[in-house]
Write a protein of this length. Sequence first.
Length: 246
Amino acid sequence: MLDIVEKPLSIAGDFAVDGWTIIDTPPLSNEMLATFEDLPRDMHSLQRYRTVRLTQYFAYCEDREWIFAPLPRRDYVQSAEYIKIPEAGGVKRFREQLVCDPSSLLVAILAVLPIDRDELYQINVSQFRVRVDAEWKGITVPEGPHRDGHRFSVVGVARRHQVDGGETQIIEPATGEIVFRTTLQNNQAILMNDDRWIHYATDIVAAEGYDSGYRDIWVIEVDPWAERCYGPLHEQRASAPSIAAE
C-alpha cells in the first residue's frame, strides 16, 4: 500500500494534449536491479535472447492509498487483433511471476495517467532483459510498430548496459509518421494512450568498444477492471480465430 504521490514532472510531452509523456521514475535499489539478473528465458521467443517475468495485479485506491494485489498466475495472452506475430498474438505464454515489489513505480505512473481513482484497475507488470552479443541480435520489439490493446501502455527503462540504440518512437497510425522519438535513459518511462498511438523501439547494439550488452525494461499495461486483460473471457476473446485471421 502506498500513498498517492505528487505528480512527477514531465520531461517531454503533455499527456492531456499529446496522449503521451515521459517522466522520471523512482530510482531502483540495488536489490530491485538484481532481480533482472535471474529472469527466466522467454521460451516463446527463441529467435532472440530475452528474459522475462510478469505479475498481473488487481489495483484500487482508497483513502489516498493504492493497493496492489497480485492475481493468481495465468498464462499471458495478447490479443491477436493487435499482435500479429505467430509467437505472440492470441498465444498463451507462460510467465513466472515477479520476485520484487513494483509498487513505488506503479504509484508514480498512476499519478500521471488520467485515471478515475474511484474505479478498479487491472495492471500487468513485466520485467524484460534483452541481450545483444555476437550470437544474438538485440531485437527489442519483434512485433514491429504496434498497439498493445490496453487503455494505457508504459515502457520504463531500468538500466542500459553497454548498448546503443533502443530508440522509442511514437507513430501516427493513419500515416506511419514518427511524431516523436527519443532514447529513454535509466529511470525514465514513456506513458502512452494506446488507443491513439502506435509505438515501437529500435534494436539495441553493443556500444563501441564492447562485444555485448543489455537493456532492462518494465512494460506496464493499465486497464479498468471492467476491461481487464485477465481471466478466461479475455483469453477467449484474445485468441478468437476470427480475430487472428484478419
